[in-house]
Design a protein around this ligand. Structure first.
Ligand code: SF4
Length: 78
């Protein structure tokens, strides 16, 4: 079954350079998070990253490190 990616049509990052969301430099990372802050599909984006084990880049307005932390917390409380 193909994943539901219809939410991507509403993504604030649509049309932006993907490199911004996979950058290592702090200044670019902050720019990516600013885009995410106005995105109406943050929740769907974050759920998608967790559902498909996407470890790299910014998803759902969260950095790789933040998502790893969230995953650890979810596993601890499960
Ligand atoms: S939350 Fe950020 S990475 Fe996810 S779709 Fe929205 S703008 Fe793109």
């Amino acid at each position: 079954m193909r994943p539901d990616e219809s939410w991507m049509d509403q993504a604030a990052c649509r049309g932006r350079s993907p490199e911004l969301f996979y950058a290592n430099e702090e200044v670019l990372l902050r720019a990516a998070l600013r885009v995410c802050s106005s995105c109406r599909v943050r929740r769907e984006c974050l759920d998608y990253a967790f559902a498909y084990g996407l470890e790299d880049g910014v998803w759902g307005g969260r950095t790789e490190r933040e998502r790893r932390r969230m995953l650890r917390a979810m596993r601890r409380s499960a």
